[in-house]
Design a protein. Structure first.
Length: 178
């Protein structure tokens, strides 16, 4: 598909929405709406017995959500995914990880969004004070055994797609690194 023209429809500090005029392989034309967002990380903090998750209010859903910690850099900042993973883990949970292993990369909404996520397994955890941003002031953290975590997915307590995807990547990682 070839981009003929592109125009910004909306922009704020966290995302840009653009509309692209495109030419398809058969020569026909059309439009594509694209949301551009910064790439992000998701971190699976595992202490050997418990997964450590955060719970926060998700405004678009109007409800609280249990998730693995993660995020992206603030607008205008640049950094490597590994450093961002360490930062997000520290900010949201207070944990520091001796080992941070990349276990995969996914595009959560490739039909509409350019954003990609890199997923990390954090082990060798040391507890410390969290350093949450103002948007995270209602966040809380807790640890769950693998059985509790899986029950939370099955019951619909965990509905975050990245958290479920991260767990799937972890299962694949564990199968190949036994």
């Amino acid at each position: 598909m070839e981009t003929i023209d592109s125009r910004e429809v909306y922009s704020n500090a966290w995302l840009t929405v653009r509309e692209d005029s495109v030419r398809r392989a058969d020569g026909s034309t059309g439009i594509y709406g694209v949301v551009d967002k910064a790439d992000y990380v998701a971190v699976i903090p595992w202490d050997g017995e418990r997964f450590h998750l955060v719970e926060q209010f998700r405004y678009p859903l109007g409800q609280r959500s249990w998730e693995f910690p993660g995020g992206s850099l603030p607008p205008g900042e640049v950094g490597e995914p590994l450093a961002i993973a360490h930062r997000e883990l520290r900010e949201e949970t207070g944990f520091r990880a001796a080992t941070m292993t990349c276990i995969g990369e996914l595009a959560p909404a490739p039909a509409t969004c350019s954003q990609r996520g890199r997923f990390f397994l954090a082990t060798g955890l040391t507890a410390g004070a969290h350093e949450r941003e103002i948007e995270e002031q209602d966040m809380r953290a807790d640890g769950f055994t693998r059985a509790e975590f899986e029950a939370m997915i099955r019951s619909g307590t965990i509905i975050d797609g990245d958290t479920v995807a991260a767990y799937t990547l972890l299962l694949f990682h564990e199968r190949t690194h036994r």
